[in-house]
Design a protein around this ligand. Sequence first.
Ligand code: 5AD
Ligand code: SF4
Length: 458
Amino acid sequence: MTSGTTLPSGPAGRKRLHVITWGCQMNVYDSGRMSDVLAPLGYAPADTPDGADMVILNTCHIRDKAAEKVFSELGRLRRLKDASGGRMILAVAGCVAQAEGKEILARAPYVDIVLGPQTYHRLPEMVAQAARAGGAVIETEFPAEDKFDHLPEQSAPQGVTAFLTVQEGCDKFCSFCVVPYTRGAEQSRSAPTILAEARRLIAQGSREITLLGQNVNAWHGAGTDGAAWGLGRLLRAMAELPGLGRLRYATSHPRDMDDDLIAAHRDLPMLMPFLHLPVQSGSDRILAAMNRKHTGDDYRRLADRLRAARPDIAFSSDFIVGHPGETEKDFEATMALVRDVGFAQAYSFKYSQRPGTPAAGAPGQVAEAEKDRRLQALQALLRDQQTRFNAACVGREMNVLFTGPARHPGQVAGRSQYLQPVHVLGVPSLAGRDLPVRIDAALPNSLSGTLVQERLSA
Ligand code: 5AD
Ligand code: SF4
């Protein structure tokens, strides 16, 4: 039901756009780019959906209940849309839209636009079409053109820390995962367009850039010198950009950690010594069932090689407990791997059946209560490792990139090299500076400290 929707009135028209984002960092990046695409139509960001002219739900389908969350949010937004006399445009984007677009329109016919992650460059057309057609517009095909070639160069500043998508999609087909279906095949952006976007981010004040991809270390492409580059070479080119202080990349697959990328960790001080490298399980049997194509020992060796290249490196990971066929012995192998490698931080999940994935129909589904028990045991171990890692920072001097005011007045917040939030007494104008801080105390999820310069001058 889109009657009453008015055409956007061009750059001069003032319209309010509210975007709700779930899921991964790539969705955060995509939400920013959808706002950029709509800015020339007069849409400016709004903090709340109340009174907004358009609301986009950017959704995540990775685990259970994603669709239910979307429907309950849509129910709430429907009331706001009714209150606007039907004028508010409601769009559902992201991976739930990709996977369940038709069902969304069937269950929530008041939705105006459904668009998959590969089509957000077409949003302006879709908005116009929704207004004209008086019916819903759905775009969940994988288009022939590359959306990155059709996005505006102009983007709203992201702040001191910024994300930059360099690669999208996944060809790995892990047994449990919907990403290869919702995001499509692996695609890399070209090095020149990535470097140009990075220069713009730096000019807008970003000091740290995280290169993003579902399988970011599968990135490859022709470099600015015409040679075939991998991610290691791209990081070297990024490190030469004036004004950039820190580099990160996420998320990686262990199989794509090639020699040059490991060497980049040795050679580039600005490549932060913190790597999110999901392993999922420590059992070779389950890793094979997951189609991960590596063993627990492959992962241990990789961690050793990275530590040899960059001795201060710390690891983060993703784990799944209760994948079909996982026995107590398999779970113990995961616990053993965690003890062997040691993680500064981690995400762990109960296996969740995703329709259309190979594991969903596999025999040996694990009982929910068993998954709960394993998850609790694993999380206790991971929490303990994280607490120890944070406690070991106390008394050390660590560099902190300040991002802005902290919650408490008089304090400024930033991130350590290990992405730990750090609070320091100081003025918000420190934002953008990367300064040494003496760590005074560790909480489970953050640190507090004192600016070293201030102590010297005091
Ligand atoms: N069930 C549970 N966790 C999952 N993940 C991906 N698919 C599933 C699933 N079906 C987790 C993986 C992945 C992270 C982003 O989400 O650990 O690395
Ligand atoms: Fe999903 Fe595996 Fe691809 Fe990661 S590598 S996005 S877990 S299929």
